[in-house]
Ligand binder design. Structure first.
Ligand code: AMP
Length: 506
């Protein structure tokens, strides 16, 4: 089963409905999108000589071409490697090299970054800028047949950073993506034909994954012309396109409800906001419900089980009369239909209701493992259970509340930041003896990054120098917003740094 079957079905059922739109203008119908994808697929196989299972990366700010590229990849029996547009060239280089991608599609703003990254990726043969003739030429020719794919074939190689600092490629198969899609229909929503989704969040991550359930039901996928999330533009598009769904990180929901232009939103414009990827404060959620009505659903998932572990339904958000309404809002909801979810102790024994432990889950959306990384796979997948690294507790209603992120990950503006990656860079400076990076609560971004630094005796270093070092090595959004110089890092008897103590200093 090839996930591109979803598009084939929609091209037959919803032929003339728009499949893609640039801002307020329709771009391609379902029938035309299918034809274009089938022609592009021939180019991938013939002109670029790619063979079943080969990886094709894309580094693109949100645009219609991203959807064309993805489906052409699957149509040709290849695997997509999405890359977050905000990554540093060195991070892109690691992903390109590690995945062994043969071809990479880019938007013009990222062409230089990828050209730089390509120097360290020997298997990358070609970079195609989607605004050049090299791309438009891919429309020319005859449509080829869709390649067969086994449900277990790799479809989406998603690089999630590890606490060790090196990104790991979560291997998602055609079956994983299909199960995620069916789960959306079962637990989240069944969009009507002719509905829409506005891609305001990155297409390389959550918003891109929601393309499947929307495309399977004949919705139009709308790409803001700015290529990013700007509240007035998003509101305009939600008013323009019917029955609009949108995926937003909690901080993006907050920006929406705090922006003056939210009052321009027509009451019937919005169908559903799904939010997730980071904790949402109950006070923000209540304000969002007051302003937007019964239009919110939450999901809890991770790259290793995309968008699917638990969900908090619209009904639970809206049932204000329920005696446990607030507890429900503070939770991440109940296990998804396709998932078994447990809270366990270190030995994997289920803990009693109400007790905190690590969240593990099993089901058809759980990844096949990490690409070329058997050690990390063995740690995360045990007897088919995915150990999420998240800590939480179930209540007597079967609702899961996330207590903490066991791995000290920082979530800023909906993006995950792994302290170890930043610590690795800061440690490159000769004056840095030790450092530790933690998250500090931030009203707008959820958290921001703070580095505690211990300098070597007799030396000193200016924050501006450390900032430069970060800019040279990692994505801008990951660099610390504040440096605190201290005499020694707090440690326990085993020499482990006590991050909780550092956080309490903030
Ligand atoms: P990613 O792999 O980038 O999707 O990040 C996944 C992580 O984000 C999870 O392991 C959680 O720590 C966090 N996360 C995802 N959804 C939620 C949610 N609804 N509430 C709180 N944290 C979440």
């Amino acid at each position: 089963m090839n996930i591109a079957h979803l598009l084939l079905g929609s091209s037959q059922e919803f032929r003339d409905l728009p499949a893609l739109a640039r801002g307020t203008s329709p771009y391609l119908s379902y029938r035309d999108l299918w034809r274009k994808v089938a022609v592009m697929s021939t180019h991938l196989r013939v002109r670029f000589g790619l063979q079943r299972g080969d990886r094709v990366a894309f580094a693109m700010t949100n645009c219609v071409e991203a959807i064309e590229v993805m489906y052409a990849i699957w149509h040709a029996g290849l695997a997509a490697v999405p890359m977050n547009a905000k990554l540093h060239a060195k991070e892109m280089a690691f992903i390109l090299e590690n995945s062994g991608a043969r071809l990479c599609f880019v938007t013009p703003d990222l062409a230089d970054t990828i050209a730089e990254a390509a120097k360290d990726a020997p298997e990358l043969r070609e970079i195609v800028d989607v605004t050049t003739r090299s791309y438009t030429f891919m429309e020319v020719g005859d449509p080829g047949p869709m390649a067969e794919a086994e449900p277990t074939d790799l479809a989406w190689l998603f690089y999630t950073s590890g606490t060790t600092g090196r990104p790991k490629g979560a291997m998602l198969t055609h079956r994983n993506l299909l199960a995620m899609t069916l789960n959306y229909y079962a637990d989240v929503d069944r969009p009507p034909p002719g509905g829409s989704i506005v891609h305001a969040a990155p297409i390389s991550h959550g918003s891109g994954l929601w393309n499947f359930p929307m495309l399977g039901r004949g919705s139009v996928q709308v790409f803001p012309e700015s290529g990013k999330y700007e509240v007035p533009e998003t509101v305009e598009l939600m008013n323009r396109w019917p029955e609009c769904s949108i995926f937003l990180a909690p901080t993006m929901v907050k920006r929406l409800i705090e922006h003056g232009s939210v009052s321009d939103l027509r009451p019937d414009a919005l169908r559903l906001i799904t939010y997730g990827g980071a904790p949402m404060y109950v006070s923000d959620l209540k304000r969002a419900l007051d302003l937007l009505g019964n239009k919110l659903a939450q999901l809890y998932g991770q790259g290793e089980s995309p968008m699917t572990i638990t969900h908090l339904s619209r009904d639970y958000h809206w049932d204000r009369a329920h005696p446990r309404w607030e507890q429900r809002l503070a939770s991440a909801g109940r296990a998804d239909s396709c998932m078994a979810v447990k809270v366990v102790d270190e030995e994997g024994r289920q803990v009693p209701t109400g007790e905190v432990g690590e969240i593990i889950c099993k089901g058809d959306t759980v990844m096949a493992g990490y690409w070329n990384n058997p050690e990390a796979t063995a740690k995360s997948l045990r007897d088919g259970w995915l150990w999420t690294g998240d800590v939480g507790a179930f209540d007597e209603e079967g609702l899961l509340t996330l207590k903490d992120r066991s791995k000290d990950m920082i979530i800023s503006g909906g993006s995950n930041i792994y302290p170890r990656e930043i610590e690795d860079v800061l440690n490159l400076h000769p004056a840095v003896a030790e450092c530790s990076v933690v998250g500090r609560p931030h009203p707008e971004w959820g958290e921001d990054v703070v580095a505690f630094v211990v300098t070597r005796p007799g030396t000193s270093v200016a924050p501006a120098d450390l900032d430069r070092l970060c800019l040279d090595n990692i994505a801008r959004f990951k660099r610390p917003k504040d440096y605190k110089f201290i005499d020694a890092l707090p440690k326990n008897n085993y020499g482990k740094i006590l991050k909780t103590e550092l956080r309490s200093k903030l």
